[in-house]
Design a protein around this ligand. Structure first.
Ligand code: PLP
Length: 389
């Protein structure tokens, strides 16, 4: 275990300055980034900016639509893509449905490989494609993790697409996207990545890992709210895709108002559907700018120290870790097995710590502004509620 004098225990960012910008910290220790980020002064101001614009101008579509473009640009920057490779949705479910509607499922290639580590909504979208002839093949979760060898067994030349959750929502297990993408592509299959649990927490470079599609919302490590999600579509795929989940914002020029023609935007905005989520776009950009200002590598470095404290501190308090203790294979989410997670969440909230319950585990997911004291307090509170100390 690292000792408190260890220089690595001091993050690059000014914790006190960042903490002063998060009002919730006055009463509560947020440990629920795997579920919902707290409000910051910046995201609050961004929401106010839209509300003020609406209030004073009545309507300002040029500015509002430009704001959506800026939010797309911020997401593109985060994952090393170009803005014309990004579409906007109101949820990851909707983005996944749009991708599903665009891919070919043929008698020769009917299979969609899906992991049991997907957030349920992703599994539901692929299962819904069975009506279109899809055959869903499941990759199992064993001991809270997925082995790359299971992909080797499941992927063959009949696979149309491999759907992968980059970070497992239950315990933060991080999958090796590069290895999975290489396997998928070797068999002519596409790879779809749900990065909701890693965007803003783990460096993502869609070019170096060569993924075909990647989606994320903003309310977890990207410091935003529900109601908006982004989809990356690899540039050289765009022109070949015709999503049947579509709408007027997917057209070459939505403001041409041609009802009887279905033209396709030459960019990934062919995946856009209806009127975009405006206030959410303001907030999303403000949240992503925080992550950009801090730098994803600095954030990741601090997360690793926090995760180590959580794992070792949990062990010292008699808590049972769910999933691998290997820090390099985890997001900032550390999950402990508990008997009744909703009861534990409620009891911890009453004691001033905000964790996140999911099925058999309680998840502790700090972020860039969290301190080692926050971690110790959260662990003490959890152990106190469970009576393990
Ligand atoms: C990994 C992951 N994917 C998807 C979702 C849900 O996405 P949405 O509600 O935007 O469809 C969540 C929500 O918690 C998640 O953790």
């Amino acid at each position: 275990m690292r000792r408190d004098g260890d220089v690595r225990l001091h993050p690059r960012q000014d914790l006190a300055a960042w903490r002063a910008r998060i009002p919730l910290l006055g009463t509560t220790i947020p440990m629920n980034h795997c579920s919902q980020a707290p409000q910051t002064d910046a995201t609050r101001a961004a929401a106010d900016c839209y509300l003020d614009s609406w209030n004073t101008s009545g309507m300002d579509w040029d500015v509002w639509v430009r704001e959506v473009h800026l939010a797309k640009t911020a997401f593109a920057r985060l994952i090393n893509a170009s803005v014309d490779e990004i579409a906007v949705f109101s949820s990851v479910s909707e983005a996944t449905s749009a991708v599903a509607s665009a891919i070919e499922l043929t008698d020769a290639r009917p299979t969609v490989v899906v992991t049991e580590a997907e957030f349920p909504t992703i599994g539901h979208v692929w299962l819904a494609q069975e009506r279109r002839g899809a055959r869903v093949a499941w990759i199992p979760v064993r001991d809270g993790q997925i082995e790359t060898t299971d992909y080797e067994r499941a992927i063959d030349d009949r696979v149309a697409l491999v759907s992968v959750s980059h970070g497992y929502y239950l315990n933060g297990f991080v999958q090796d996207l590069g290895a999975i993408a290489t396997l998928a592509h070797a068999h002519g299959a596409l790879i779809y990545v749900d990065a909701y649990q890693t965007a803003g927490a783990v460096p993502i470079d869609v070019k170096s890992v060569a993924v075909d599609f990647l989606a994320s919302g903003c309310l977890k490590y990207l410091m935003g709210t529900p109601g908006i999600a982004f989809l990356y579509v690899r540039r050289d795929l765009i022109e070949s895709l015709r999503p049947t989940v579509t709408g007027w914002f997917g057209r070459v020029n939505p403001f041409e108002f041609r009802v009887n023609a279905l033209d396709w935007s030459p960019t990934a905005s062919r995946f856009d559907t209806g009127t975009p989520p405006l206030i959410n776009a303001y907030i999303a950009r403000a949240g992503m700018e925080i992550i950009d200002a801090l730098g994803i590598d600095a954030i990741r470095g601090w997360h690793e120290i926090l995760a180590e404290r959580l794992i070792e501190g949990g062990r010292a308090r008699g808590l049972t870790l769910h999933g691998t203790p290997e820090i390099s294979r985890r997001t900032a989410n550390t999950a402990f097995l508990v008997p009744d997670s909703h009861h534990v969440e409620t009891a911890m909230r009453q004691r001033g710590v905000l964790p996140s319950a999911r099925g058999p585990v309680i998840r502790l997911a700090p972020h860039f502004y969290s301190t080692l004291d926050d971690i110790d307090t959260a662990l003490d509170t959890l152990a106190g509620v469970l009576g393990t100390r």
